[in-house]
Ligand binder design. Structure first.
Ligand code: DX5
Ligand code: ZN
Length: 229
C-alpha cells in the first residue's frame, strides 16, 4: 500500500446483502471501489452487533484491494492479534474506546497493520494531536457510529483542522457516515481523501445489477472532484 492523497472510495459492506458477502465484495471491487470498509460493532461501544474476526477472515478471501477494518468495540487491545490474523490491512480504533489509545496504535502497527484512529462527532480534532506520528489514518465520523443510513453531521471544520495538523505526514483523512454525492465535495475540499459510503454505494443495486454500484461510486468520486454528473 503506497501513500497518496487521491480520493479513494471505500464502500461499507454494512449495506451489503449479509447472505452474500463474497459476491458483494467482488461486485463493488469490479465496479471501482478502491478499498473495502468493514464495520465491526460490539453491542457495547455502539448499540449494534456485526462481525468478529472469523467473519473478517472470510471476507479477506474475497478482497483484492485494501481491507479497511473499523473497530467500534471496547476494549480493543485483546482483539488486535485476531484481526491481524484475519488479514486486516488497516485497523482503526476509536480514541473514545479506552484510556490508552497511544498504546493501542503502537500495538496495531506492532502486529503488522496500518493503524487508524477514529473520532466520534463530539470529540475534537485535538484529541489526536499527540498521535499523528503513530497513525496512518484519522477517521472523522460524520454520524454517531452504530448504524448505516444516518444523516451526515457537518464536521468540515474538524477535517480542515486535522488537515493542517497532519501537514506533510503520510496520514489519510477518512470520512465515515452519510457520505453521498452532496456531502462528498464538502469533506474533499476540506482535505479528506478516503470516503466511506454504505447506503450511497449499495442503494438501488445488487449482485445481479452491479452496474448500479459502479454508477453510485462514480457519482461520489466525480462530486468529490467537483464534477457533477
Ligand atoms: C457507521 C459506520 C459506517 C456506516 C456508513 O457506524 O461506521 O461505516 O456503514 O454508512 P452510510 O454511508 O450509510 O452512512
Ligand atoms: Zn465505518
Amino acid at each position: 500500500m503506497s501513500f497518496d492523497r487521491s480520493i479513494k472510495i471505500a464502500p461499507s459492506i454494512l449495506s451489503a446483502d449479509f447472505a452474500n458477502f463474497g459476491a458483494e465484495i467482488a461486485a463493488i471491487e469490479a465496479q471501482g471501489a478502491d478499498w473495502v470498509h468493514v464495520d465491526v460493532m460490539d453491542g457495547h461501544f455502539v448499540p449494534n452487533l456485526t462481525f468478529g474476526p472469523p467473519a473478517v477472515a472470510a471476507f479477506r478471501r474475497h478482497v483484492k484491494t485494501v481491507m479497511d477494518v473499523h473497530l467500534m468495540i471496547a476494549p480493543v487491545d485483546p482483539y488486535i492479534d485476531a484481526f491481524a490474523q484475519a488479514g486486516a490491512d488497516i485497523l482503526t480504533a476509536h480514541v473514545e474506546a479506552g484510556p490508552h489509545i497511544h498504546r493501542t496504535l503502537q500495538a496495531i502497527r506492532g502486529a503488522g497493520m496500518k493503524a487508524g484512529v477514529a473520532l466520534n462527532p463530539g470529540t475534537p480534532a485535538g484529541a489526536v494531536a499527540h498521535l499523528l506520528d503513530l497513525a496512518d489514518l484519522v477517521c472523522v465520523m460524520t454520524v454517531n457510529p452504530g448504524f448505516g443510513g444516518q444523516k451526515f453531521i457537518d464536521m468540515t471544520d474538524k477535517v480542515r483542522s486535522l488537515r493542517a495538523m497532519i501537514g506533510d505526514r503520510p496520514v489519510h483523512i477518512e470520512i465515515d457516515g452519510g457520505v453521498d454525492s452532496v456531502t462528498a465535495p464538502l469533506v474533499a475540499q476540506a482535505g479528506a481523501d478516503v470516503l466511506v459510503a454504505g447506503s450511497a454505494v449499495f442503494k438501488g443495486g445488487s449482485v445481479d445489477a452491479p452496474e448500479v454500484y459502479g454508477r453510485n461510486i462514480r457519482a461520489i468520486r466525480a462530486a468529490a472532484a467537483g464534477v457533477y454528473v
